[in-house]
Design a protein around this ligand. Sequence first.
Ligand code: NFS
Ligand code: SF4
Length: 645
Amino acid sequence: MDPKERSIDKASQEMIARMAEAGQQNAWDRLDAQAPQCGFGKQGICCRICTMGPCRITKKAPLGVCGATADTIAARNLLRMIASGAAAHSDHGRDVAHTFKMAIESDSCDYTIKDELKLREVAARYGIKVEGRDTKEIGSDLANAVLAEFGKQDGTLVSIAAYPPPARQKVWEELGVTPRAIDREIVEIMHRTHMGVGSDHKNLIKQGIRASLADGWGGSLIATELSDILFGSPWPIRFGANLGVLDAKKVNIIVHGHEPSLSDIIVAVSQEPELIKMAEDKGATGINLSGICCTSNEILMRHGIPVAGNFLQQELALMTSVVEVMLVDVQCIMPSLGSLSNCFHTKLITTSPKCKIDGAEHIEFHEDRAIETARKIIKIAIENFENRKGKGKIPKATERGIAGFTTENIFYHLGGRFRSSYRPLNDNIINGRIRGAAGVVGCNNPKQVHDYGHLTMIKELIKNDVIVVSTGCSALAAGKAGLMRPDAAAKYCGEGLAEVCEAVGIPPVLHVGSCVDNSRILTILSNIVAEGGLGEDISELPAAGAAPEWMSEKAVSIGMYFVASGVYTVIGEPLPILGAPNLTRYLTEEIEKDFGGKWAFERDPIKAAHMMIEHIESKRDALGINKEKERKLYDMADRRALTIE
Ligand code: NFS
Ligand code: SF4
């Protein structure tokens, strides 16, 4: 086993080698042990929905016992992936909404409203009167309005009428996929995929689309908007990234998972002088907080807390043996952490009633006792410092970068403080300095060399003057590789994109947050449309999406809402549908006629990048902005359009 075949990340290679030496297993080893993986599962043609089955589709047996075809079976399986992914994002959104409601209604709550301006903006979108009313009144109405989005019995999502371009709303209306209520669409997936309900794969997919739209433009959007209001809207901020951010002399606490409620409080409490003093009394020089996965993105964007790593580094982080506490809430937490943490002094602490793990200690987190719980957990970490054996082994590799871009603050960077608008971005797309925009997002997957897909694709895109926005573990990969440094523009970008980035002082890869913050990409695209000059709908934009190393069901929901919003979306591992020819043809070809977006599968990140670039150029052609133009030096008007006032 050569660690280089598993990861292109130096710090990870070092820890992978160390795990092998110590005889510890990781995700890559377990993947090897799983080989060969089940072909029926891979192709999506195994059904275990009822006990007449399980049924597997073969040449000899092309129908399940009930008569279901490969297309029906694969469509139902895919829908259930979407249900789970949309549920994960949206339940996260619901939890933030409850915390928000508590912060608004209680005077003794540990949370306060950090962004009143955004509160007013979002409330206005939800049709709530803001003039002449105070925070409490507006906030209370907003809390009730967003909570109603999950379970109301009549009408459609308010956000669907408030955020996407009108042309897009019309497409959904005509196709009958406008989401009604978030929970309802997920429940209806479970109903429609029960034995003996629908078998028409296109009609099944329709419901998958409706639930995914309820995720992207509903649950995930609520999570993003309310997190900004509650924890503060991000602002460009410097950060350090990779396992090298762990500190041998300090008490190391890693937060891992997704929801920001606990981690945000941990950030504040870890700076309390009494706790720092306690750590010093134990012989440490302080408390060092860092993050893994999307929790990392949340506290990185808002507080500049360093990134320890992305999804495939969670086990590697423990292997440094300098982690006092790894604190987890929900999603993307490998069960293996339980037994692995027990090989070291590290305490794995679960905090959500939804997620208990064998081998972990459970300290339940309740929003109404947030600070108290945070202190308790930090004290456990401090007490545990003296149990650390030896100096541990922390890889040296770290990088620096800038994160914290949002739909709202991109205005400032691209438009200047006095002309807050997407105009300069649109103009630079129209004049061709920027060819288009790509969202590169999603997970890691040990089936692909860790981080290779993300980095290779992103570099190829920016080399071809496509600006990249990134979230999730993809953003963390880009941060670790130095692609979020402003000087990355000169190093990696084509001439046009480099000019724009250098003039504005932004990196060519913009970190826009966690996976629920893919909703920011939706609203950025909506703003580009609204700014004008690039068509009436998201499907007309020179834009594309990708998840080169995806693995989770959340990624399926994300991909589906991007496709259904009109975005061409290329993913690394194919969706598990290839055994279903009609379904595959629908999702990778025919769906474009309906929704303007479609799926593509390509494991080679360079090829995938060029598929995206080709798509972007075809959209430019359709918009008529691909006229051959002379290259000219910047004149004053150009410069004014670019500089930050
Ligand atoms: Ni997104 Fe975030 Fe990472 Fe994938 Fe998991 S952490 S929600 S699912 S693995 S990007
Ligand atoms: Fe087999 Fe049909 Fe039952 Fe699925 S629902 S397990 S295809 S009989």
